[in-house]
Design a protein around this ligand. Structure first.
Ligand code: BTN
Length: 334
């Protein structure tokens, strides 16, 4: 089911984000809507899994702040040159990638966010856990005036853009070839890209990005080490600012990639990638190859120096490596 976010939901959540009690009358007066509309909105939040306490005589209180995404709020933080981006904020959808793929291609950039994905997709057929209102689930459509063969490296460029955006929000991170963003060896963000060649010579890339922003618990849905911006910074985060920074950075990075290809990003990638100079095993079409990472080439392919000294380039695959924590203990990163 597709549902575009409505203002009442955003406004009620914003008022309740102080986590104090507010009664239905006061809320209704503040927002110029009936008590019954307030009650329906509270019920909707509860149906999405949000914990709302209701107490007779006192009203409603959220357990945790809940600042929802809104296109207007995101636009407030966009750079002037990027304000023409089309922004859609959905309450719930199966997957933002599937949603954008099903929409008629528009001539410009389209950023589609959802508060919840009921069937969020990760790489290699995995699910992407997408609880309501906590994280960023974004699909970003960018129409490249390029042949599909010239788009190799786009997933690395998208990761660099997101990592840079997170840095402007105070979170340091590392990339992990080909499309992960980690903090202290724990997954913070991942991306999933679909590219489709259109008949008019345009190649539409739908870049799906998940960023763990305010999530503190996963109810055992995620089977790898993960973290979130809130875990790292210790504070609740307004996702509208993070969303805008991601759009700002994606637009700039992808524009440069469209004009100049991957070569100008090689240095930045090598500085950001936590696999550099590590011994990794790459799993690719049923085969496993082990070698030392020596960076990436002009196509964004991973360069591995094998035991016999030869260098092999890999265009895709999943990597595992041993990760040494600062305390000397180790974990397998995959
Ligand atoms: C991964 O690391 O496995 C990729 C995760 C990609 C998740 C995002 S969330 C928004 C977009 N919609 C999806 O269904 N998946 C991507």
């Amino acid at each position: 089911m597709t549902k575009t976010s409505n203002n009442t939901l955003v406004n009620v959540a914003t008022i309740l984000s102080d986590c104090h009690y507010h009664n239905g009358n006061t809320l209704g007066e503040a927002l110029q809507i009936t008590r019954s509309a307030i009650w329906k909105t509270i019920k909707k939040l509860q149906d999405y899994g949000v914990e709302v306490d209701s107490m007779k005589g006192k009203g409603y209180a959220l357990k945790e702040p809940l600042l929802l995404l809104s296109a207007e709020k995101i636009k407030e933080h966009l750079q002037p040159s990027i304000k023409t981006v089309e922004i859609t904020c959905l309450e719930t959808i199966d997957s933002t990638n599937a949603y954008l793929a099903s929409q008629q291609a528009s001539p410009g950039i389209h950023a589609c966010f959802a508060e919840q994905q009921t069937a969020g997709k990760g790489r290699l057929g995995r699910a992407w856990y997408s609880p309501f209102g906590q994280n960023i689930y974004l699909s970003f459509r960018y129409p490249f005036h390029k042949d599909i063969s010239a788009l190799s490296g786009v997933s690395l460029v998208a990761s660099l853009a997101v990592a840079h955006a997170l840095k402007t929000c105070g979170v340091e991170s590392e990339t992990k070839w080909p499309n992960d963003i980690l903090h202290d060896g724990k997954k913070l963000s991942g991306s999933l890209i679909n590219v489709k060649a259109e008949s008019n010579g345009i190649c539409d890339a739908v870049i799906g990005i998940g960023v763990n922003v305010n999530m503190l618990e996963d109810d055992n849905h995620i089977n790898q080490d993960w973290t979130s911006m809130r875990r790292i910074l210790g504070d609740y985060i307004d996702r509208n600012k993070v969303a805008a920074e991601i759009i700002n950075h994606l637009a700039i990075y992808l524009h440069k990639f469209e004009a100049q290809g991957f070569t100008p990003f090689i240095r930045e990638w090598m500085d950001a990638d936590c696999l550099m100079q590590k011994t990794v095993t790459i799993h690719n079409v049923g085969k496993a190859v082990t070698g030392k990472v020596n960076g990436v080439n002009e196509h964004g392919h991973l360069l591995l120096v094998l035991e016999d000294g030869t260098v092999k380039a890999f265009s895709s695959g999943d990597t595992t490596t041993k990760w040494l924590r600062p305390d000397g203990s180790s974990q397998i990163l995959n």
